[in-house]
Design a protein around this ligand. Structure first.
Ligand code: SAM
Length: 414
């Protein structure tokens, strides 16, 4: 089996940087891995400018990257590939039966998950590697677990088994507390599927699965749940969409629609402090905070109680606790958001190495927090967009480690 990859929702290329351990030296990209990226797609619906695509195309070349709305792509024309990768957003995955009933099911418009399903149906890649936010497993609030249940059921309908883990990157030696759901699926035509089918599901989670080898966990589970999304339980996706609700934990396995999910804890003690990625050279003046901004940040990050009014007119007291100010350099960074650098409670504020004065993180430090090569997004976009790209991106080091296991698995296929 060739190590060919298609990257959907490619952004600035987090999957490719991780899988191929990419470096950038004097603006020259080196792909140091064995994965051959045959096609990628990236299109930003919210803006006319397409900076993420331009960054990807500048770094990896224009030839095999498309800048078209994925819903307009004829999925049959996507090149054949062994591994489909993509980071898709947490949206509403519910479906309804069409009124006539004859056309089958209808999901809400613009839900990117269905573009992944269309690609799987058209191309049947043997392996998938997907990423989403951690709350995916709990959403929506009114029907806990339904959205992830929809994902698992659509993968089961297409002949895949699944392993998933929520990984907090900081618990495995990365410089950021970024919790994301990583999903690996393998088709029933693969040898790996046959191997895993014979193994106890708990052992897959804590010992032998694709995640537990690179991200060790304590053997004792804190809680577990057994779930079933197969045809025997739910007639079709619409049935599941209407009636499914469950507790998913931070790790799990699905095979033939049967699911074992467990709450587990990291057994790794590596800590990567923010201090280690802080710039030690002179930093431009624009990143430093005026006295006025320091006062505003102090207020935003301080503890407060604010009287507020609910939509129904009732009053209540909104309260929040104090956050570290400035950020603790001996701990990993907090989760970086797309709004990083704005005057917001969640933006990081650190002490500058050379001057000791307070300042924002630079875009370059944000790239380091995600493990991208220095200046990866320095491709002509504004600082604001560089922060945005990193707020959307993956932790490259986590992808790289999962990639090591995927490589071994694929090398073992015929
Ligand atoms: C969570 S981000 C993925 C980031 C990426 N993994 C990275 O490391 O940079 C999702 C991406 O999907 C893109 N996107 C959103 N809607 C799209 C559509 N209809 N077609 C193609 N891409 C889309 C967004 O522009 C965004 O870059």
């Amino acid at each position: 089996m060739e190590k060919t990859v298609v990257e959907l929702f490619a952004g600035v290329g987090g999957f490719r940087c991780g899988l191929n351990k990419v470096t950038l030296i004097n603006d020259i990209v080196n792909e140091n891995g064995n994965w051959k990226f045959v096609w990628a797609n990236q299109w930003e619906p919210a803006t006319k400018s397409q900076e993420a695509y331009e960054c990807y195309a500048k770094r990896f070349g224009k030839d095999d990257v498309s800048n078209v709305d994925i819903f307009k792509v004829d999925k049959k024309k996507i090149p054949n590939h062994t591994l489909l990768v993509g980071g898709f957003p947490c949206q509403d995955y519910s479906v309804a039966r069409t009124l006539s009933g004859s056309k089958g099911l209808e999901g809400k418009k613009g839900i990117l998950w269905w573009a992944i399903v269309d690609t799987i149906e058209a191309k049947k890649p043997p392996f998938l590697f997907l990423e989403n936010v951690d709350r995916l497993l709990l959403s929506p609030a009114s029907q806990r677990g339904r959205d992830f249940g929809m994902i698992l059921r659509s993968l089961y309908d297409n002949g895949y088994a699944v392993q998933w883990r929520i990984i907090n990157a900081a618990e495995y030696g990365e410089p950021q507390k970024r919790r994301r759901t990583y999903i690996v699926a393998y088709h029933k035509s693969t040898k790996y599927y046959e191997q895993m089918k014979k193994i106890n599901m708990k052992d897959i989670i804590v010992k032998v699965g694709v995640f537990s080898k690179q991200f060790p966990v304590k053997e004792k589970e804190i809680a577990y749940n057994i779930v079933n999304v197969s045809k025997a339980m739910y007639k079709d996706l619409a049935d599941l969409s209407d009636n499914f609700q469950t507790q998913f934990y931070n790790a799990g396995v699905m095979c033939e629609g049967k699911i074992y999910t467990a709450k587990i804890e990291s057994a790794c003690n590596d800590v990567f402090p923010l201090r280690k990625i802080r710039e030690t050279q002179k930093v431009e003046d624009k990143y430093f905070l005026s006295d006025d901004k320091i006062e505003k940040f102090k207020y935003l990050k301080g503890s407060k109680r604010i009287p507020r009014i609910k939509p129904n007119g009732d009053s209540y007291m909104y309260s929040e606790g104090a956050m570290a100010f400035p950020d603790n350099l001996d701990a990993p960074a907090r989760t970086m958001l797309t709004s990083e650098s704005g005057l917001s409670r969640m933006s990081h504020v650190i002490e500058d190495y050379k001057t000791g004065k307070l300042r924002l993180l630079t875009p370059l430090e944000c790239e380091r927090i995600n493990g991208f090569p220095d200046n990866w997004t320095n491709t002509g976009m504004s600082d604001k967009r560089r922060y945005f790209m990193m707020g959307n991106a993956l932790v490259v080091g986590i992808v790289a480690k999962i990639g090591i296991e995927l490589e071994k698995i694929i090398e073992n296929e015929d």
